[in-house]
Ligand binder design. Structure first.
Ligand SMILES: NC(=O)c1ccc[n+]([C@@H]2O[C@H](COP(=O)([O-])OP(=O)(O)OC[C@H]3O[C@@H](n4cnc5c(N)ncnc54)[C@H](OP(=O)(O)O)[C@@H]3O)[C@@H](O)[C@H]2O)c1
Length: 330
């Protein structure tokens, strides 16, 4: 661990282990998973990932490479990268410096700024796994995205469109314009109309609302798929997990495909997302920006299953922007 004296502020700099990279973080994305960790809910989270000691959370990052560990050849100090920090093991992105596995970083796409790149990894990976790998969405499929205005949902709409599907996005009225702008063919305000009644769908990507499984199955084609990404039911000790476990039990006995998504960051998915981004087919929508010192407010505002697009935490300005800002203030 080293230290840097930033003219009054002293920052701890971790050392990279073998195969690791230390990134100077410029922006960090946050999402529902961080809220679960902080609140220890649903309760299995407490058992799987107990929060002990002095740990820095946060997975999504964009920044510049500060130093590289043994056997890292892909990156050199100064490279602009985005990807996943080791937030689950406590070396996460909600700090000036984060540790990441070398293979969990990519060069920042030329079409995104730092903040946009920072909000892609977790939510867009979940969307890609849900739409392409779990639901097997193909050209001409009719796809319903529940929670189309949320962190995962707004990526899912774009990925399903990129695969050539006819996409219906369900969201509350305040998010309708945004979902339409993402390319959804039909936008349904679920507060006045039941999107399940507008089926049948080849795939339902469920990121919000916690609708009963039997209702969603009635809205499917004969061999359609429901992918349960997540939901935030109030007062349920297992959260959305109980419904997902039920889906896994029923799945072997039906023609429908009922998938409980368990997405994790992988280098192939990040590369596929970067290709979609560079091709102009995928772009994050940032709804809220907070400086690092206001991260607790940001987490509170994220809400429980009511997010809009993505929330970004600005950690530090790149050196040249900081110098320019200082110059302008003179
Ligand atoms: N399985 C995995 O690997 C994985 C990975 C990432 C996330 N997740 C989980 O997936 C869930 C979604 O994550 P997120 O980051 O996208 O959360 P989010 O940003 O809060 O989005 C959830 C969206 O669902 C909408 N919604 C709520 N009730 C609805 C209903 N009845 N019908 C349609 N839409 C409704 C919400 O807003 P409105 O009500 O205002 O429309 C919100 O836009 C969370 O539970 C998260 O933990 C799981």
């Amino acid at each position: 661990m080293g230290q840097v004296d930033g003219g009054g502020d002293e920052r701890d700099i971790p050392s990279p282990g073998p195969g690791e990279v230390v990134v100077e973080v410029h922006a960090a994305g946050i999402d529902a998973g961080l809220v679960h960790l902080l609140e220890g809910r649903p309760f299995p989270v407490k058992l799987a990932l107990p929060l002990r000691g002095d740990r820095v959370l946060g997975i999504d990052i964009a920044g510049t490479v500060h130093s590289v560990g043994e056997s890292v050849t892909a990156w050199a100090p100064g490279d602009a990268v985005f990807g996943a920090a080791q937030g689950l093991s406590g070396h996460g992105g909600l700090a000036e410096f984060a540790r990441a596995r070398s293979e969990h970083l990519l060069a920042q796409p030329s079409t995104l700024d730092q903040e946009e790149a920072a909000v892609v990894p977790v939510s867009a990976t979940a969307a890609l796994h849900a739409v392409r790998d779990a639901a097997h969405v193909a050209a001409g499929h009719r796809v319903l995205v529940l929670g189309a205005g949320g962190g995962v949902g707004h990526f899912a709409v774009q990925i399903a469109k990129a695969l050539g599907a006819h996409v219906t996005g369900a969201c509350s009225p305040g998010k309708a314009a945004m979902v339409e702008s993402l390319g959804a063919d039909v936008v349904i305000d679920y507060t006045t109309q039941d999107p399940l009644e507008a089926g049948p769908y080849d795939a339902i990507i469920d990121t919000g609302g916690h609708r009963p499984l039997r209702h969603m199955r009635r809205a499917l084609t004969r061999t359609g798929a429901v992918v349960l990404v997540g939901s935030e039911p109030e007062g349920a000790p297992l959260g959305g997990l109980s419904r997902s476990l039920w889906a896994a039990l029923v799945n072997p006995f039906t023609r429908h495909r009922l998938v409980m998504l368990n997405s994790s960051i992988g280098s192939q998915a990040l590369q596929d997302l970067a290709e979609l981004i560079e091709a102009g087919m995928l772009r994050p929508v940032i709804h809220a920006r907070y400086p690092l010192e206001h991260v607790s407010t940001a987490v509170q505002q994220l809400g429980r299953g009511r997010g809009t697009g993505k929330t970004v935490i600005t950690v530090a300005q790149p050196a040249e922007e900081a110098a320019w800002a200082r110059f302008q203030r003179r």
